[in-house]
Design a protein around this ligand. Structure first.
Ligand code: PMP
Ligand code: GLN
Length: 394
């Protein structure tokens, strides 16, 4: 076959078009609608952190290639954060790796740990880069669907029996995400303990995406999977500064794991970007050392926004799944007489001047995801109030 007759994009990635985030943000720009689609704050993070980046840049720190694993100051700050928050001790030199956002950490971890033919069990709905990264690694994704429970605090829950039966002799790793995008589910201690037991019993690796670790509400608590018995040595934990410090454009993420797992992920990472975000690494090192009051205030302000959006969406007629974590609210549009989230989201900018994300893109089982639509609340309170007003007019 000539090269012009063959599709340019290789077949592993053929099913992945443009990400829904790019599509919906472009629609927001084109229509002038309020963008509650892609999850990025409409105000920047702390001024002192921004100033720390400016200082690093001016002082020439990080303007040339930083060290491959990340600057020592940041690796130490990450290790101190894991120790102080969770009692998990990691050696900054051998067990911490700085990446170009969590996105690169996810890709590098999967490319490092998965052989073609390996199965990767992931919670569905899944963050879209998981499916693409599994595909790039030649793995097979095996989704375990979180199901809506209207009675049980109106949340999406994991069925542990389904998870257990998804594991086969070909399963290489479990890909976990808590707090969970897009449902806002925070896995409980009992659920995490069961996942850990399963991983130990079946000798599985675990990659756990905890980028929303500081965004948990009400009585929910974020517990890192690596802290459960038998998990420290088999778990790759992924974090990111984007969500915690409201600088999503800086793309500073990280991995904490055993020396062997860290080395494996680093082997891939060095050929993806080698390094990134030089001056921002210095700023994030300072950000991680902010006092507890920063993290508390951040959570409090996001909680207030969650409540404005969740209440407003309920009043506008959506069924609302109140998130225990993240900065997303998943809704069911069936009470509005709608059933196709895709069609609903494509029409919403024209109908109401608001952009949202159809959760179906995060499902293999598109039917199961069809009626769910996600709204982000990491926006100014007045923006959320205006969006809610508009949606009420639907
Ligand atoms: N994982 C999840 C669950 C996310 O929602 C996101 C988006 N922030 C990422 C990873 C990617 O994070 P980053 O911007 O640090 O690459
Ligand atoms: N994590 C963000 C979200 O879920 C999007 C990041 C991206 O655009 N890739 O909205």
């Amino acid at each position: 076959m000539t090269s012009s007759a063959r599709p340019h994009l290789n077949r592993r990635l053929a099913e992945f078009g443009t990400t829904i985030f790019a599509e919906m943000s472009a629609l927001a720009v084109a229509t002038g609608a309020i963008n509650l689609g892609q999850g990025f704050p409409d105000t920047d993070g702390p001024e002192e952190v921004r100033e720390a980046a400016v200082r690093a840049l001016r002082e020439g720190r990080g303007n040339q290639y930083p060290p491959g694993p990340g600057i020592p100051e940041l690796r130490t700050a990450i290790a101190v954060h894991q120790q102080r928050r969770y009692g998990l001790s990691y050696d900054p030199d051998t067990e911490v790796l700085v990446t170009a956002g969590a996105t690169e950490a996810i890709a590098a971890a999967l490319l490092a740990l998965v052989e073609p033919g390996d199965e990767v069990v992931a919670l569905e709905p899944y963050y879209d880069s998981y499916a693409a990264s599994i595909a790039m690694a030649g793995g097979t994704r095996v989704p375990v669907t979180l199901r809506p429970h209207v009675e049980e605090r109106a949340s999406f829950r994991l069925d542990l029996d389904e998870l257990r039966s998804a594991v086969t002799g070909r399963t290489r790793l479990l890909l976990i995400n808590t707090p969970h995008n897009p449902t806002g589910t925070v896995l409980t201690r009992a659920e995490l303990a069961a996942i850990a037991e399963l991983a130990v019993e079946r000798d599985l690796l675990v990659v756990t995406d905890e980028v929303y670790e500081h965004l948990v509400f009400d009585d929910a608590e974020h517990l890192p999977l690596a802290a459960f018995p038998g998990m420290r040595e088999r778990t790759v934990t992924i974090g990111s500064a984007g969500k915690t410090f409201s600088f999503t454009g800086w793309k500073v993420g990280w991995v904490t794991a055993s020396p062997e797992l860290t080395a494996a992920v680093r082997s891939v990472k060095q050929f993806l970007t080698y390094v990134s975000s030089g001056p921002f690494q210095y700023a994030v090192a300072e950000a991680l050392a902010l006092p507890d009051s920063y993290f508390e205030e951040f959570r409090r302000s996001m909680l207030a926004r969650r409540d404005i959006l969740a209440r407003g969406l309920a009043e506008a007629g959506f069924e609302v799944f109140r998130p225990a974590g993240t900065y997303f609210v998943t809704t069911d549009i069936r009470p509005l007489g709608e059933k196709d989230g895709f069609a609903f989201c494509r029409a919403l900018p024209q109908r109401a001047g608001v952009v949202a994300i159809p959760n179906a893109v995060f499902y293999d089982d598109r039917e199961a995801g069809a009626p769910f639509v996600r709204f982000a609340f990491c926006k100014r309170e007045e923006t959320l109030r205006e969006a809610v007003e508009r949606l009420r007019a639907l």
